[in-house]
Design a protein around this ligand. Structure first.
Ligand SMILES: Cc1ncc(COP(=O)(O)O)c(C=O)c1O
Length: 414
């Protein structure tokens, strides 16, 4: 391609390619690591996404709990524009106002401590893994990090080793050693792991609602016992709030439902309102574990993503969106529980806030496909668990519209 042709390429983004063209180029040039649904979106507004033929889809998936404010949110877009106009990136060799203000906001809304900024969920968990390993250095013998079966913590090697799902780890051995998995919500197993590895437990990590594992909330007793055991054994209690955080469960952070505080918490997904950012918040007692030069990232918290994350928090808190989540959540659960009673294929309805799982006996992927054909976006995880994660600012009318479609599709299958 000549320089002139390359220069003109910019205009390609002003006219959408057909879906077939996008698919063909993607299949040819992108690694086949994803199973993609046969649709591409080019425009989004509020709770709707539009494909290249201008069909509107109701988005009850939010890019897997990322666009919690929906699409095209004016204040977020203005923050991106304004920040990109001024400065995009300088690196962590320098101070950065947007990071400083984001750090302050995160700490104000969580617990006394400090923030490390990175680019994704798995990276936030890698940081937590290293924090725990540093904690482990002061314990006797080889340290271990305990995590839960059926958990999901990411795809990089440390996060993958903590992930309690064989299907994620298979084929990538030998795994990083020093991780132990126990069944979720099993206090006896938790106590015996702390006994077995006495003096060697560097940290315990869990999701308070296992997301990829099928929207499975932890029991309060289990979480409280984990808090007691980690404190008594000088182990870090690490909460992976990458999927549950930033209002998804009706509180800014899910730990607020449980009456405990973690020693470290990891965030990503909805924190950046769609821009890639991750964070690890470390409680004051443990911030000394990572000293200058021990951990870092080039992009982490660059000017634009930090500004957008700050704006995301400002909107959620300032517009009191968590109250909206409470009302919507009641509505969703009421209708879904009625559906459970009247349908043969709905086995369970569970979750917290707008982090909702509908376990089916069968047909999970088919239900997702049929909903998509009817212009409702949801997904399926852990076999046949339908995951419903609408925007936090959804209207009741749109909630009703989406649930009408979902119920109709479920009835097609029983
Ligand atoms: C609980 C949890 N932890 C970690 C991750 C990994 O995040 P990322 O995909 O941003 O690396 C995910 C992603 O789905 C997640 O749900």
């Amino acid at each position: 391609m000549s320089a002139e042709e390359v220069e003109q390429q910019e205009s390609d983004f002003t006219k959408p390619l057909s879906f077939e063209e996008i698919q063909e180029k993607s299949d040819k040039y992108l690694m086949g690591t994803y199973r993609r649904a046969p649709v591409a979106f080019y425009f989004g507004q509020g709770e709707y996404l539009y494909d290249s033929e201008n069909n509107a889809y109701l988005d009850f998936l939010c890019g897997i709990s990322v666009t919690n404010l929906g699409h095209g949110e004016a204040d977020l877009i203005e923050a991106i524009r304004d920040q990109a106009d001024r400065i995009i990136h300088t690196s962590n060799l320098f101070y950065n106002q947007e990071q400083a203000l984001l750090g302050e906001a995160l700490i104000e809304h969580s617990f006394p401590g400090k923030v490390f900024l990175c680019n994704s969920g798995t990276e936030a968990n890698e940081a937590a893994f290293k924090l725990a390993r540093r904690n482990g250095e002061s314990l006797s013998g080889d340290c271990v990090i305990i995590s839960l079966e059926n958990s999901f913590h990411g795809r990089t090697t440390g996060a993958m080793a903590m992930t309690g799902q064989e299907k994620i780890r298979k084929g990538f051995g030998p795994l990083i050693p020093g991780t132990v998995h126990i069944p979720a919500n099993d206090i006896e197993a938790l106590e015996s792991a702390f006994d077995q590895y006495s003096g060697r437990v560097a940290g315990f990590i869990m999701e308070l609602v296992q997301g990829e594992g099928g929207i499975r909330p932890m029991d309060k007793d289990f979480v409280v016992r984990a808090r007691e055991l980690t404190t008594a054994n000088n182990a870090l209690l690490i909460l992976d709030e990458i999927q549950t955080g930033i209002g998804r469960t009706g509180k800014l952070f899910a730990y607020e439902h449980y009456g405990i505080r973690p020693d470290a918490m990891t965030l990503a997904k909805a924190l950046g309102g769609g821009m890639p950012i991750g964070a690890m918040i470390v409680a004051d007692d443990f911030t000394h574990l990572l000293e200058p030069g021990m951990h870092g990232t080039t992009f982490g918290g660059n000017h634009v993503v930090a500004r957008v994350a700050y704006e995301t928090l400002r909107i959620i808190v300032g517009r009191e969106l968590l109250k909206n989540v409470e009302g919507l959540s009641d509505y969703f659960f009421r209708r879904l529980r009625l559906l459970e009673q009247s349908s043969n294929i709905v086995k369970d309805v569970r979750g917290i806030g707008l982090h909702i799982g509908v376990e089916l006996t069968d047909h999970g992927p088919d239900v997702v496909r049929r909903c998509r054909e009817e212009k409702l976006l949801i997904n399926c995880t852990a076999g046949h668990v339908i995951r419903i994660m609408p925007p936090l600012n959804l209207s009741l009318d749109s909630a009703a519209e989406g649930l009408d479609i979902f119920e109709r599709v479920i009835r097609e299958f029983g």
